[in-house]
Design a protein around this ligand. Sequence first.
Ligand code: GLP
Length: 260
Amino acid sequence: MAEMLVFETAEAGAQVVADHIAQAVRASSAFTLGVATGSSPLPVYAALARHAAGGADFSRVSAFALDEYVGLPAGHPQSYAEVVAREVTEPLGLDPALVRVPDGGAEGIETAGDRYEEALIEHGGVDLQLLGIGATGHLGFNEPGSSFASPTRVKTLTERTRQDNARFFDSVDDVPMHCVTQGLGTILRARHLVLLAFGEGKADAVAAAAEGPVTASMPGSAIQLHPRVTVVLDEAAASRLAHRDYYAWAQRHKPAWQGI
Ligand code: GLP
């Protein structure tokens, strides 16, 4: 079962995750972090940036992003390559040469998924994958119906996801129709999954992903198939969990030697 951790605030949960990552990097600087975009991981990046400002050295950390839009011009501020550079690579002091994002350029798009999959495998995979969850239950951009065995590939976004992401663009018409996303099969190969969800708007998706049936109709439910998952929530995102009391009990009685 996933470990379910509930905190009073997103910042408190994010600090625990960032402390864990900083500790893992101290133990082995050649750590590989799977980075997600969206608002959910931002407090983790902010806490990691504080570690960097305090002297932590992330310059040998490699990073692989989950997904990218197809067809945005290079340098577009909302391309995930730019978002990752702005929110992760620069504030944490990562080496840009060690940061990979799927290639969403229209040219060669047919092979973009395979190329990314090969790069991930050649690198030796991801140690810790940060994940958000979309309102449709998507992980990365794996919309409902995505196979649990799926590799990195081109997907068509749902209308709901395009509407949700329209806030980053001038209008919904500017949100790309397609993306390249790590598959659920790719994500499940990461050695540790850390799913972050904050706010009431995520409560249904979190409950369905963690406690509902394991089904391709709820891509987030893939986490139930992984041997090491930590779900980090605030009270609002945890509010529809059936076993909320048990999670709080287990969190209070967690063996002192256990990290996340
Ligand atoms: C985007 C990303 C996902 C992310 C989701 C949720 O669609 N591709 O990886 O999990 O948004 O975003 P937020 O964390 O802002 O709610």
